[in-house]
Design a protein around this ligand. Structure first.
Ligand code: SAH
Ligand code: SF4
Length: 432
């Protein structure tokens, strides 16, 4: 008889799946070689910061005394006008435009697919050109990431990825099951915002798409908020995330204030203080459990940085105040972390921290062992938290029909490969 086929690395034990072994963070992942992405052999200038734009100009022989002014022009064209062709740059001389176009492009990452949910949520699958041998072996065609736009009455939130996949293996998260992992460059992170603005028509003279709801905020913004809640652990890609958010928040360009940007971490404690000092965005913590034994299983990183250390880092987060609260995310898993006692313990743990609590109904994905808590259980949990004085909004699941909701992000390539692996396993089992 054929042996049972293992198709998933988690095995249920006492109602809770065991985490796959914790893979060390940054040191094990392939980093990007360049900061820009390229089309053919010409790198794109999209997503570059000022020093890198200056280097590009130096490369094509622009004299040093001219560079500062030229950088300012490029910046303006790229980040406030959304230029996609050097010929649009009317205040840049013809000769310089030609030299720029010979060596560089203004290309965005390729949009492999765009899906629009019934609720207006949009999901883009973007292909970043290959940066290393590892990717070519895996997929033959570069890395794919997802970027999601969530329209609401008073805001349009873009959910941005920081890595391809994630080295952390939170057991309830689809992204954590993806094998291929690398950091995105700062340019690749910024490029997600550029693509969203292209598709939403958020440049001067452009118009929003006619399919799906796109709210206009602050007289003309469609992307009004950014959450670093796509694929990846942003604090394992600290410098690139920091540099990207500096570009996105630059007042002479896209100009999204840091208070409209939220960085979500699963709890990389040693980097939290630096995030406050050097990024200064809003902070969200993926807490999900109030006891270490349970959190060790749900968020394996907890074995290294347990709850007490994590909360201490929150207490001392630079800039934290009642006006700048930390959001604690708590995914509602049926019969796992959703009891009244859990809610009361959550309130007790957060005492003294300026906090908001965000209850996230679990978004199921194919192969998961978890279920979402029942609605009345979530409401009861929310009431306990609310009565203790915390805002406790329940996050409305968005884009479920296109697998665009939290923790459902996983590239098409990876899905195809997973299917291929299953097919191979089937064949092997059949022949045994
Ligand atoms: N890696 C970072 C940011 C990306 S995940 C982090 O973990 O914080 C964004 C949020 O979605 C996190 O709070 C994460 O725990 C949550 N999440 C992951 N999988 C989910 C799922 N299947 N259902 C609901 N929320 C999920
Ligand atoms: Fe990575 Fe966040 Fe998913 Fe955990 S929840 S596996 S840290 S993306």
């Amino acid at each position: 008889m054929a042996p049972p086929i293992m198709t998933h690395s988690v095995t249920p034990e006492a109602g809770v799946p065991q985490a796959a072994p914790l893979i060390d963070g940054i040191e094990k992942i392939a980093d990007v070689a360049e900061t820009a992405f390229a089309r053919g052999d010409r790198p794109s200038l999209i997503g570059l910061d000022r020093p890198r734009l200056a280097l590009a100009l130096e490369e094509i022989g622009v004299p040093e005394k001219e560079r500062r002014m030229r950088v300012a022009q490029l910046w303006q064209w790229i980040y406030t006008r959304g230029a996609s062709d050097f010929d649009e740059m009317s205040n840049v001389g013809k000769d310089l435009r030609r030299r720029l176009a010979e060596q560089f492009t203004l290309a965005r990452p390729e949009i492999v697919s765009e899906q629009v949910s019934k609720d207006g949520t949009r999901k883009w699958l973007l292909r970043m050109p290959s940066t290393g041998a590892a990717e070519r072996v895996h997929t033959g065609r570069g890395a794919e990431i997802e970027c999601v736009y969530i329209p609401e009455a008073d805001r349009g939130t873009l959910c941005v990825s920081s890595q391809v996949g994630c080295t952390l293996t939170c057991t309830f998260c689809h992204t954590g099951t993806q094998r291929l992992v690398r950091n995105l460059s700062a340019a690749e992170i910024v490029a997600q915002v550029m693509v969203a603005r292209d598709r939403l028509g958020e440049w001067p003279g452009a118009t929003p798409p006619s399919d799906g709801f796109v709210p206009e905020v602050d007289g003309g913004r469609y992307v009004s908020n950014i959450v670093m809640m796509g694929m990846g652990e942003p604090l394992y890609n600290f410098e690139n995330v920091r540099d990207a958010l500096d570009i996105v928040s630059d007042g002479d360009g896209i100009g999204l204030g840091k208070r409209r940007i939220t960085l979500s971490t699963s709890g990389v404690v040693p980097m939290i203080g630096r995030a406050g000092d050097e990024i200064g965005s809003m902070l969200a913590i993926s807490l999900h459990a109030v006891r270490d034994d349970l959190r060790d299983k749900l968020v394996p990183l907890n074995k290294r940085y347990p709850i007490a250390e994590l909360l201490e880092a929150c207490r001392t987060y630079p800039g934290v105040s009642n006006a700048k609260r930390i959001t604690f995310e708590y995914v509602m898993l049926k019969d796992v972390n959703d009891s009244d006692a859990d809610a009361r313990e959550l309130v007790r743990l957060l005492k003294g921290i300026p906090a908001k609590i965000n209850l996230i109904p679990f978004n199921p994905w194919p192969g998961t062992v978890y279920e979402c808590s029942d609605w009345d259980r979530i409401e009861r949990f929310s009431d306990i938290v609310f009565n203790a004085g915390y805002a406790s909004p329940i996050r409305t699941p968005r884009g479920r029909d296109i697998l665009a909701a939290c923790g459902q992000l996983k590239s098409e390539t990876e899905k195809l490969r997973a299917r291929a692996r299953l097919a191979v396993a089937d064949e092997t089992a059949g022949g045994a």
